[in-house]
Structure formats: structure tokens, C-alpha cells
Design a protein around this ligand. Sequence first.
Ligand code: SAM
Ligand code: SF4
Length: 604
Amino acid sequence: MLGVEATYTNLDAHHKRYIATGVAPRTEPKELPSVGNSHQTSARSQSLRNAKPFSEFLTDTFHRQHDYLRISVTERCNLRCVYCMPDEGVPLTPNKELLTTPEIVMLSSIFVSQGVTKIRLTGGEPTVRRDILPLMHQIGNLRSKGLKELCLTTNGISLHRKLDSMVEAGLTGVNLSLDTLDPWQFQIMTRRKGFDAVLKSMNRILEMNKLGARIKLKVNCVVMRGVNDREVLPFVEMTKDNDMEIRFIEYMPFDGNKWNKQKMLGYNEILDMIRQKHPTVQKVQDEKNNTSKTWHIPGFAGRLGFITSMTHNFCGTCNRLRITGDGNLKVCLFGNAEVSLRDILRQSNGGEPIDDEAYDTLKLLEMDRRQGRSASGTPLAMTPNEIELLEVIGLAVKRKKAKHAGIGELEHMTNRPMILIGGQQIRLFSSLPATSGKNNENCQPKLTHVSENGAAHMVPIAAKDVTQRIATAACRVRFSNNTAPRLIRDNQMKKGDVLGVARIAGIMASKRTPDVIPLCHPIPLSRVQVELDLGEENEMPCIDVRATVECDGKTGVEMEALMAASTAALTIYDMCKAVDKGMVVDGLRVVLKDGGKSGRWEMD
Ligand code: SAM
Ligand code: SF4
């Protein structure tokens, strides 16, 4: 096969060896092949590097270590996906303001020197950057400095033409965007032709993988109600025979993309669709720092992933930093705070872009300095202004907030479209109280019931708007034997109808919340509903308690929902304790909140 031969000659040594010997590739996640002198030396230096404490510059105040960098290498794109870009495109930043290839390489090398092990190139469409291949080869050279993964997010239109060289450069993963399997629908969703080219790229990756290339393939599919939601199951079928991950992405709001809540399909809804056809679909343990939730259908070769940016928060383990096309560092995709690394970098070149020629000159100067021939007393650095850059990066990372804003806030926030930031996979949604003021980025999490001087106080709500608010809380009563559940079912408990009494108790308690929780406002509730489900967990009986409270008011009703759920659970406990001394009530939490400034929030 012609194509296969071509692939073979472009594979790295490991892959060639695989093809020659037929020995199956290792199953652990692929690392970029070493470019050191010997395998032994590189393994040793790698373990020494790993032994170093993680860079303080890349560690935030919540101890998150940022070892994953996403770089937008262009704002241009050859498609116009309806959820991403207007038909007429976006106003492009003048070329002079965009990062040059040497600048991207310098920044990459600084981040890798501090512990970044994964770099993803994105955009816009990264494959339309004219010098994408030399750029990838230069970044790929950072393998010797500790880079383990070099990935690309692409629409796949022209990928098939560049894939071989990219694999040579050290490409380890491709996220391919494809929202439909229907060529006509493709044209509607992307406003361009090109479906066949994307399939060609995808097939090429699968073909190369059969030869041992080990490119992690993920297909990104943004699901929009009434547009491509009927294609969820056909996409799932693709994982039957192919070792790939299909990732369903919740549709997110960006400036000008006409987002609305109704068009968005959430994680649970998509999963339900899949469950109806494949009831055995099961959750898989997610990798550390994974933003997607991974599932698998037994017997299928591939996996399913869900990017639940809109409905579930996973900011807690965020390890990502982003560099925009114009060289700004963004510590959170949905934060507006950006700091220009480009400007600092260019100070060493009189404020001008550092092109290949300027880069060579700077390298010569640096070598002079290393040989002690420079008059400069500055410490040795591999990049001009390295120390200053690191300090600025460190400050920005330290300002990263615990979590991102919620869906309600995002809808109204201004945020550069994805194409100007680069890539998806954000974590958003916050259960934190909404922060006020212009610069949300600088707001630290704080206790709302504690005043500036540390005294306990009620949160003033006079100036807040009246909105419809809903909260749902849940918990579980676990039994240690079957007696109580059996008696409940038969309604034979001495104290009477356990579930009926528990429901009423929950409703009453909810209305009494401000009498019990000192700083809660009295709120006229418009609805309290307590649901109790007898079920099983690990073959032991349990009752799931779920309480939903609604009001039209100025403050949320989470406490009322928690009161309802916990009191209903305690009532069950009280009524069953005569026949079961080993009951446990656990898992009390808010699982849904809607209304108010922070908008809708839902937990697994
Ligand atoms: N052009 C490349 C591509 O399409 O893969 C890389 C850049 S694109 C902005 C990166 C990813 O963001 C794509 O997978 C795309 O589907 C996703 N994306 C863009 N706008 C989105 C939105 N409004 N909601 C969810 N995902 C979005
Ligand atoms: Fe281009 Fe990617 Fe945006 Fe589609 S999602 S318009 S391919 S940048």
C-alpha cells in the first residue's frame, strides 16, 4: 500500500522497530522519544528532573501545578463553525502583533524548563499557519528538556497532508473536531466544504496507529440541540471498532456566537441518550487533571468523553495555562485577565518582533555572555528577559481564581471567542458566591457571612434583584440490614408511614431554616418537594433523599434544600432506629442551584 509505505519511512525509531519486529507497542501513555545520547542517560536525567520540586512560578495559591500549556498559533481558520466564528470571520490581529515562530519556541522552552510536560497547539486552525511544520519540529526538540506530549487540536481539513512530518516532529496526540457524519450537515455547521478531507485525516491517523504511531486520537463533537443531537449515537458507534475517543462537548457561550441555553445539551442528557441504546455503558476512571469525563461501552474498542464545561465544575484540578495568538498569558479560559508575555520578550529586541534573524543575533549575544565576553552582569538565561518573564508568569498564576464563573454569569460576560484564545476544554462553573466589581480576577474566595472586620453578619440583600431561585439537595440513608426497608415497604413500622412522615418533616424543616441557621434570611418559599427512593447500593438497602426548594427572592435557597433533605433523612433514621442500629446518613450536598447571579449549577 503506497500510503502505508510513506508512513513507515516517516515514523520515529520506536515505531519503525515495532513494524520491523512486530512487537506490540507499550500500552502506557506515549512519551515522546528521547533525543539524548543514550536511552539510559535520558532515563536518568528524566528521573532527576522529576525529582525536582515543581516550579513555584507555575504553582498557584491552590497548589495546582500547571504542567500543560496550550498555545494558539494562529487566529485564522479555513472553516466557519457556527458555534465558533461568524460567517465573515473575526477581526484579525495585525501580523506584527502576533507571536513569531522564534517567540513561540522561546516561550515554550521557558515553560518546559519550569516543568511543563505537555504542549498543545491550537488556534484558529493551527494547520493553516504557514510555518507550522518547522514550528512543531522546534518545539519537538524540547523533548530533551522534559517535554513529553506534543498535541494538536485541528479541524482536520489539511492535516492529512502534514501528518507524517508532524509525527516526525514528535506529535503524540490529535484532537480532531468533527460535529457531524453527514457531509451536508457538515457544510451547514462549518459553512464550508471539506467533510471528506477531515475523514481522510482521521483515517490516516488510524492507519498510522495500526503501524505503531501511537497518536492519541480524540474526536471533538460540539452537540447542539436541533442541529446535530441526532448524531450522538452514530458517533458512539464509531468507537465500536476504532481505538479513539469521541468527546461530546457542551456548547459554550462566546462573544457573538448567539449561544442560548435551549440549544445546549448537557452531559446528563447526552449520557441518557447513549444509555437508552447501550445500557451497559460504564464510567471509566479519569486520568489525573482530565477535564473530560470518560465512559466506555463494554466490548467497544474506543471510549466516550464528555467536556462538561457548562454543567460541571472541575476547576479544582486545572493544570492548564494558555498563550493567545498575540502572546498574552491567560490563566483561565473564561477569565478576562491577560498579561502580555510578548511585550516583555520583545524588550530585548527594541520592542520589535523577534524573527529568525533577530533570534540568531540574540542567541549569539547569549553565547557571548555564557563565555563571559559580555559586559552585562545579568545572570545567564536561555532566553532574554527570562527572569522577568518568569516573575510575570508567576504573578499571573498566583492570581488564578479557585473556580470559574457559572453559566448564568458567563452568558453575560464578554469573552474573546475561542478562536482568539485557542482550544476548548475549559473548566467553568462556580459554586462560589458571585464576585462583584470590575476585576473579578483579583477577587479571592471569601466567606460571605463574615464582615471585613471578621464579625458574623447577614449578607445584605436589599439591592439584589428578585429572581426565581431553585436549589436541590440530596443525601442517602444506608441501612445495615433488610429489616427496616422491608417494614417500610409493608408500612408496618410502629411509628407509622415512614416515608410520608419524612416528607412532611423535610418540608416543615425547610420553612424553619432561618430559625435554625442563624445567618439565613427568612424567605417565603413557593415550593418544597421531598422525594424518597428506596434502592440499593452494593447490595445493601438505602433510601435516596432529594429535596427541591423554590422561591422568588433575593437570595438562594440552598440552605432550605439542605435542611429539607437532612431532616427527612433524620426522620427516617428516627423511625427506623429500633430495628437497625447500624444506619448511616451520608452524602449531604447541594446538587443543583439555579437563579441569581451565579446562574445554573449542577453536580454529578
Ligand atoms: N480549529 C481547531 C479545531 O476546530 O479543532 C482548533 C481550535 S477550536 C477553537 C478548538 C475547539 O474548540 C474545537 O474542538 C471546537 O469544537 C471547540 N469550540 C469552539 N467554539 C466552541 C463553543 N462555542 N462551544 C464548545 N466548543 C467550542
Ligand atoms: Fe475554525 Fe476550529 Fe473555530 Fe471551527 S472550531 S471555526 S475549525 S477554529
